[in-house]
Design a protein. Sequence first.
Length: 188
Amino acid sequence: MALLDTQTELALCAQARTGSRAERDEAFEQIFRELRAQVFALCLHLTGGRAEAEDALQECFLSVYQAIGSFRGEARLATWVYRIAVRSALSVKARRRERGHAPIEAASGTPAPGDDPEAQAATRQDVGRFLDALARLPEEHRVVLSLFAVEGLDHAQIAEIVGVPPGTVWSRLHNARKRLGALMARTE
C-alpha cells in the first residue's frame, strides 16, 4: 500500500492549517486522491456492501475535510484517515443493521472470456462463502483482518488506528484467522 510519505503529509497538513481556502481545498483534494482507493477497499470489507462502503467513504472524507485544519500530527495523516474510515464504516454498518440486515454483496468481477463456466460458478460460490464468513466475524476481528490483509498495514499501524497495543493486534489477528477458517470449514 502506498501511503503518503512523511514530508508530503507534513506539507499537506501545514497547507490545510494555514493556507488560504483554495490551498486548504487543494490539500484535501490531494489527500483524497492519494487515499481514496485504500479507504474504499477498507470500508467495503468492513461494511460488506458497495453502497454502504460508498456511504462510509463519503462520511470519512467529509469528517477529514471538516477536521483537517485541526489535525495535530500526533499520528501519521494516513493513520488518522484510516481511524476515521473505520469509525465511519462501523457507523454505516450499524445503521444498516438498525434498518434490517441486507445481504453481503459478492465480488462482482467479470469472468475472463473462455473461462470454464463451472470454474466461474465455483469461484463465485467460494467468494460468497468467504464474504459470508467474514461478515460473521466479530467487528474487532474483521477490522484488524481487513487492515492487515487488505490494506497491508503492519501491526504497529493497526494498533495506532484501532487504539490498542500491538500485542492485542497480534492476538486479534490470530483469533480472526482461526475463526475465519472454522467458519469456512463449516460451510463446505
